[in-house]
Design a protein around this ligand. Sequence first.
Ligand code: NAP
Ligand code: G3P
Length: 477
Amino acid sequence: MSSSKQVKNRKGKAMDHNKININSPISNKLIGQVDAMSKEEVDSIIGKARKSWPEWNNKSSSERMKYLYRAAELLLERADELSDLMVLEVGKDKKSAYSEVVRTAEMIQSTADIAKSLNGGMIPADNFPGGAKGKFAITKRESLGVVLAVSPFNYPVNLAASKIAPALVAGNVVVFKPATQGSLSGIFLANVFKEAGIPDGVLSVVTGKGSEIGDYIVTHAGIDFINFTGSTEVGQHIASQSRMIPLLMELGGKDAAIVLEDADLELAAKHIVAGAFSYSGQRCTAIKRILVLESKAEDLIKKILVRLGELKVGNPIDTKDGIDVVPLISQNAADFVEELIVDAKEKGAKVLFGGQREGNLIHPTLLDHVTTDMRVAWEEPFGPVLPILRVKSMEEAIDLANQSEYGLQSAVFTTDMNKALEVAEKLEVGTVQINNKTERGPDNLPFLGVKNSGLGVQGIQYSIEAMTRLKSTVINL
Ligand code: NAP
Ligand code: G3P
């Protein structure tokens, strides 16, 4: 909800400055406000970023690394304060929020470390037909210019810094658009970089609803690269209108847990429940469907039900310990999840656990006998609902997994490594986890989605490469 407020600019000219109220998804109480920035303000920010790029880019890599090391130190010092804010702003429990901040500080530090080893090469040309003796190329990586970093609500610190840090260390400057519900945490993070000494204009924040100012930002002539994490719907919208500039996109997912006949069912149940319900399933890499061999379904379900009964459900403010299932980010988000549950029930699914809702808190819900005519078999709930689809063979499981429009990750549970590798080979996803829940971390690993789950590869080294280009200089002696 926006509210109007008269402010005066430096020439004393009254300016209308819309503000966006940020209310906590836990209590719906107002916790802060951010500017709904105008196009003129976006122009000014991007213009300032472009002007600051040459000086930043001309610093040595080792100079730029110093800023990252300092930012990582400061972030750790402020982990308690920032994680408290994240609990209020995105409803993440304190333990998960705190570990996200620590993980991010480690990622920023590792980004500087990895940047040390990034180098170019020398390619001899005379070993190629027609290549003259003494002809060779020297290659190096160069920054692109102004990187637009757009992040989602669910990891407001990690999924912002995982764009900002690699971009900066490579010599780019960054315009950062946080998710509106996550802007306060994003601004806190940007201020940590500023306190670390990042010069004005090198990292700036644009706030405002993506639905209002987003198109203007992504099509702005001053942007040289778009690094987006968010829903497939928004990602496709951005891709459909962006100019000929490189994109890096991490989008939605419908990660499957494939449980084969020889699986360790205790291990599978442990990872499935953790993977599906931590942070209420609001993770792109959450397990969002189980494809289990019919012969193993009952035994697996028994083990899953035991673990579902152990999940902590409720308000993260009430406890400092981990809470697995917290209120969803918005009423709309909860409405959507409820729609999927109702649709499945109407079409014959059986609710084995959960199904209750209090406001935007939905209890962990396990649906059995889910069939492919149900929406929950295909759509991304981004909430604590897990459908079980029973299959007759490994081949059927692979086929069903691959029918999804998404291709982020899949998990395969089996004690036969050859079979695991055979399944991994056939799955149309970016990453296959063998005997583990689907997950992005640790942040140095390659992280990518195929099909409607993304474009390009994240992960520290991969992100640095994605946000740079090669420069080849050919020597002719
Ligand atoms: P979202 O609604 O797509 O928003 C993502 C970001 O895009 C937000 O900053 C949003 O700003 C901005 N945005 C919205 N419309 C825009 C436009 N027209 N132009 C430019 N930016 C625009 O996603 P979310 O609800 O924050 O996050 C949940 C989704 O993200 C899920 O689908 C999840 O799977 C996906 N996700 C994927 C990954 C991954 O690594 N693959 C990680 C996390 C989340 P506003 O907040 O102001 O609307
Ligand atoms: O959904 C965001 C993604 O970054 C999740 O990270 O490590 O919890 O799978 P992770």
